[in-house]
Ligand binder design. Structure first.
Ligand SMILES: O=C(O)CCC(=O)C(=O)O
Ligand SMILES: [Fe+2]
Length: 424
């Protein structure tokens, strides 16, 4: 990141004064298409899409040199089943049944990739129908199971990715996925985990996306307050079932072709349909631009848990602690782990700046690859969110006595670093 972009970004966030940036969205009637890699810089993406939280599509030129686009695909553009079987046949993958609705999602089972590919071939032979239903391989952690070297190259635009940086540092999990399925498979209406961003590249095939800017989903709720499962369903036109539907504009529609890369902004609800046999690589990611959205989402999640178990509040001595335990099991993270996430990223950035700012080492920045200006920006964003975390009554109830450093100490270190980097 260059200095001018950092100054621009910091004044962008100052302008919001604590309001959530993702809630402010201009009316859009189309999604920008970025044609040429050579004339589109990280700063262009950062200022044009990441900061304003707007979707865009990158042309297939951006992924031309990915190994998966050669090796996973036949010359006629279909999934290369033989290659996938030879290289990954034994791995056990999660598979969703698109024909069965379970709440607002689909039930999942696990099977070896070779069994899924047998099913897929049968499905094609059966004219895109099978007694086993419509099965979609979703959320396969390819990078956790295999080296993904040569499969894809992380585009620089998406390289400030704290979620995967955090999980890599802990060596437990990641948010890097492969999806594959025949024409007709689809992902129901949702916003991404923790209000993360996502990026998605079609290795082969085509997808149709329906996007709604943050907040618009409220008008799609049914008369019981539930969000729709399928926004293309004719039931949405029934005003008794969806009384606020006419307050929501039509979705932004995008058709993503083979090789193209879609940027999904934070908190935008979307629904995705595979129009052909499709394989995609999708990552979820969080950074300084959507960190406040993640924190806001976690507060909402805790409130929802508290509402569910409110009747026990006065009789259960450690009710607040139980709410955090339930939150962790339902959402995958609670306030304690969120602090740990902030701490890991903050300490890595402080270290980077300490190295980067010493004489002769200004170009140091090997961790994010984005240099000291990015590190300084990151520290400012973490400081702002941590300031809100430490005064939150439910965080104050968390036992932080064994945390190292204590949250107030980390906050002070960050504030000192912010002051020291103003003229960087
Ligand atoms: O491709 C799909 O089926 C879903 C992708 C998605 O929801 C995402 O990348 O956020
Ligand atoms: Fe998504």
């Amino acid at each position: 990141m260059d200095r001018e972009t950092r100054v621009f970004a910091e004044s962008h966030f100052r302008g919001f004064e604590g309001r959530l940036p993702s809630r402010v969205c201009p009316k859009l009637d189309r999604v920008d298409f970025i044609e040429k890699p050579d004339s589109f810089s990280y700063a262009d993406f950062f200022k044009g899409y990441l900061l304003p939280n707007l979707p865009c599509v990158f042309s297939s030129a951006f992924t031309e040199d990915w190994g998966s686009r050669r090796l996973w695909v036949t010359p006629s553009g279909k999934p290369n089943f033989d290659y996938l079987l030879q290289n990954y046949g034994d791995v056990v993958v999660p598979v969703a049944n698109c024909g069965v609705q379970e709440y607002n999602s689909n039930p999942k089972e696990h099977m070896p990739l070779r069994d899924y590919i047998s099913y897929w071939k049968e499905y094609i032979q059966g004219n895109y129908s099978s007694s086993r239903g419509c099965l979609y391989l979703k959320d396969w952690h390819l990078c956790r199971d295999f080296s993904a070297e040569g499969v894809f190259t992380l585009p620089i635009y998406f390289s400030s990715d704290w979620l995967n940086e955090y999980w890599d540092a802990l060596d437990v999990d990641d948010y890097r996925f492969v999806y594959m399925g025949p024409a007709g498979t689809w992902s129901p209406f949702h916003a991404d985990i923790f209000r993360s961003f996502s990026w998605s590249v079609n290795i082969c095939g085509r997808k149709k996306w329906f996007f709604f800017p943050p907040g618009q989903e409220e008008a799609l709720r049914d008369c019981h307050g539930g969000l729709p499962y399928d926004v293309t369903s004719p039931t949405l036109l029934d005003s008794r079932l969806h009384p606020m539907r006419d307050r929501c504009g039509p979705p932004l529609e995008v058709t993503q072709e083979a090789g193209e890369m879609v940027f999904v902004p934070s908190g935008w609800h979307h629904q995705v349909h595979n129009l052909e046999d499709t394989i995609s690589i999708n990552h979820n990611w969080v950074n300084g631009c959507n960190l406040a959205n993640m924190w806001h989402f976690l507060q909402q999640e805790l409130s929802a848990v508290q509402q569910e178990v409110i009747e026990w509040r006065d009789t259960m001595p450690d009710w607040h602690h139980h709410c955090q335990v339930i939150m962790k099991s339902c959402s995958g993270i609670n306030f304690e782990e969120f602090y740990h996430f902030l701490k890991i990223i903050a300490e890595r950035r402080l270290l980077l700046l300490a190295k980067g700012m010493s004489p002769g080492q200004v170009e140091g920045g090997e961790d994010t690859g984005l240099g000291p200006q990015q590190a300084a920006f990151d520290i400012g964003r973490i400081a702002e969110v941590l300031e809100s975390v430490v005064v939150h009554p439910d965080f104050q109830r968390v036992d932080t006595s064994t945390f190292s450093p204590r949250p107030e100490v980390l906050l002070r270190q960050l504030e000192e670093a912010v002051a020291a980097t103003t003229c960087l």
